[in-house]
Design a protein around this ligand. Structure first.
Ligand SMILES: [Fe+2]
Length: 214
């Protein structure tokens, strides 16, 4: 909640009602050897969807199965997000799919969300360029009707519907899987590699007629 005195000379409050927590964690050199091996090992498929360019996805959708230590590290981070940020302490999550993406200079991808997942994450290779790497863009689910005059003169937290997080070496970005995102234009000549993963609840959860065992 923020308080401000404005031209109308009355005290008012601005409440931001809902949040999209996007958590950034520096993994230091934990994934250096993973990326050194796996960026060469992949069979890449070009992302040929409309609004995608110079963007490739690995054929392997379960890369982390060969890396129990790295998988556990990511699960520890997901558990921090789940327990400390979201307070979803009544559910256990497991990492389901895990894949790599490769984006060459001037590449980008189209907005999408991850289905059948609660929390998603992306780790960036230590070889990622410090400058001009394609940022990770996020889009609000809030939409404005095209018939309303909703073109802000300046953008702020109250009116923006898009935001980005800089992509830097060894960064992990965690977010709710339902949040739409895409790779912004990758201007760097250094190819951008990342490891992405999804999670899903496991065990038993819920109550009475809403209970579920997975
Ligand atoms: Fe994605």
């Amino acid at each position: 909640m923020r308080w401000a005195k404005v031209q109308i000379n009355m005290q008012l409050e601005v409440n931001q009602l809902f949040s999209y927590p996007v958590v950034v964690i520096n993994l230091d050199d934990f994934f250096v050897s993973f990326f050194e091996k796996e960026r060469k090992n992949q069979i890449w498929r070009e992302n040929i969807h409309e609004h995608c360019f110079n963007n490739y996805v690995s054929k392997d959708m379960n890369i982390l199965e060969k890396y129990p230590k790295e998988k556990q590290k990511l699960l520890d981070c997901v558990n921090f997000y789940k327990n400390e940020i979201m307070k979803w302490t009544d559910v256990e999550l497991s990492i389901t799919t895990s894949w790599m993406t490769k984006t060459k200079q001037n590449g980008f991808s189209k907005p999408h969300s991850h289905k059948n997942s609660l929390v998603s994450g992306v780790v960036y290779d230590s070889s990622t360029s410090e400058k001009n790497a394609g940022p990770l863009y996020f889009q609000s689910t809030k939409t404005y009707s095209s018939i309303l005059p909703c073109n802000p003169s300046t953008f702020n937290y109250e009116n923006c519907t898009e935001a980005y997080i800089d992509v830097l070496p060894n960064r992990l970005i965690l977010f709710e899987s339902c949040l739409k995102h895409h790779i912004g234009k990758h201007l760097s000549p250094v190819t951008r590699y990342s490891l992405a993963f999804n999670t899903f609840p496991k065990g038993s959860f819920g109550f009475a007629d809403s209970s579920l065992i997975v």
